[in-house]
Design a protein around this ligand. Structure first.
Ligand SMILES: Cc1cc2nc3c(=O)[nH]c(=O)nc-3n(C[C@H](O)[C@H](O)[C@H](O)COP(=O)(O)O)c2cc1C
Length: 231
C-alpha cells in the first residue's frame, strides 16, 4: 500500500463507521475534524515505520566480527538510535533503514564472501543509502601489517565502484590456532603462511570500536523519539 494513501484509508474507515453508527457522529467525528484525525494517525504511522533506522550486519567465521558488530549496535543504541543487528546472510530487505553498517573479516586477503554476496544482491538499494564498512584482520601490532590490511580492504571495496562508504575502518582481529577448522589449520601449518606459529591473540580495541560507532551515531542524524526517551 502506498504510504500517501494511508490518510485516505483512515478517513474512509471512520466515515464508514460514522455512517453505520449514529453515535459516532456525535463523538469523535464532530469534535475532531476528519481530516485532522487522519493527519495525526498518518504521522503516528510514519513515526513507527521510521523506528528501525540503522542496520548493523556482519559476516563471520569464528564469531569475533559478530562480537564487534554487537558492540557497534550497542553503542548506536546508547546514543539513542534504533538499531537492528543481523547476520548478513539473514538480511532480506533494507527498507526502513537510514544507514547500513556492514562488517566482515579478511581471510587470505579477501573480505568474507558473505559480505561480497550482500553487496552484489543489495546493490540497487545500497546505491541510494549511506553505508559504513568495517573489517577485522590484523593479528600483529606492527604498523606495516595494518597498512597492508587497509590496502587489502581498499582493493576489495574497489570491486564496487558504485559504493561510496560514509566510513571505512579496520579493527584488529582475534585468532586462536586451537579452534581453527581443518582447512584453516592446514593453511596455518605451512611455514610460508603468515599464520605460521602465530600465537592466540585478540587485538580488538573496544574503546576504538565504540568511538567509531559513536561517530556513526553522530552522522546518522537525530535520535528516534522512542529510543531516546528515558526508560
Ligand atoms: C585462515 C585465516 C586467514 C586469515 N587471513 C587474513 C588476512 O588475509 N588478512 C587479515 O588481516 N587477517 C586475516 N586473518 C585474521 C582474521 O581476519 C581474524 O582472525 C578475524 O578476527 C576473524 O574474524 P571472525 O572471527 O569473525 O571469523 C586470517 C585468519 C585465518 C584463520
Amino acid at each position: 500500500m502506498p504510504l500517501q494513501a494511508v490518510p485516505l484509508y483512515f478517513s474512509k474507515i471512520i466515515e464508514y463507521l460514522a455512517v453505520r453508527d449514529e453515535r459516532l457522529l456525535f463523538f469523535p467525528y464532530r469534535l475532531f475534524h476528519l481530516r485532522w484525525l487522519a493527519f495525526w494517525m498518518y504521522n503516528l504511522f510514519m513515526m513507527n515505520t521510521q523506528l528501525i533506522s540503522i542496520l548493523v550486519t556482519y559476516a563471520t567465521r569464528y564469531g569475533s566480527t559478530r562480537e564487534v558488530a554487537e558492540a557497534v549496535a550497542a553503542t548506536l543504541g546508547e546514543a539513542g538510535r534504533e538499531v537492528d543487528l543481523q547476520p548478513v546472510r539473514k538480511v532480506r530487505s533494507l527498507e526502513g533503514y537510514s544507514l547500513v553498517v556492514l562488517g566482515a573479516p579478511l581471510y587470505i586477503g579477501r573480505w568474507h564472501k558473505d559480505a561480497h554476496r550482500f553487496l552484489e544482491q543489495q546493490r540497487e538499494t545500497l546505491d541510494h543509502k549511506p553505508v559504513a564498512v568495517f573489517a577485522l584482520g590484523p593479528l600483529h601490532e606492527a604498523e606495516d601489517q595494518w597498512r597492508a590490511v587497509r590496502l587489502q580492504l581498499e582493493k576489495e571495496l574497489a570491486k564496487y565502484p558504485w559504493l561510496a562508504p560514509a566510513a571505512v575502518e579496520v579493527f584488529g582481529g582475534k585468532y586462536d590456532p586451537a579452534k581453527l577448522r581443518f582447512s584453516d589449520k592446514v593453511l596455518a601449518a605451512a611455514p610460508a603462511s603468515p599464520l605460521y606459529q602465530v600465537p592466540a591473540c585478540d587485538l580488538r580495541d573496544w574503546a576504538a570500536i565504540r568511538t567509531w560507532a559513536a561517530g556513526l551515531a553522530a552522522q546518522a542524524g537525530a535520535p528516534s523519539p522512542q529510543a531516546s526517551s528515558p526508560a
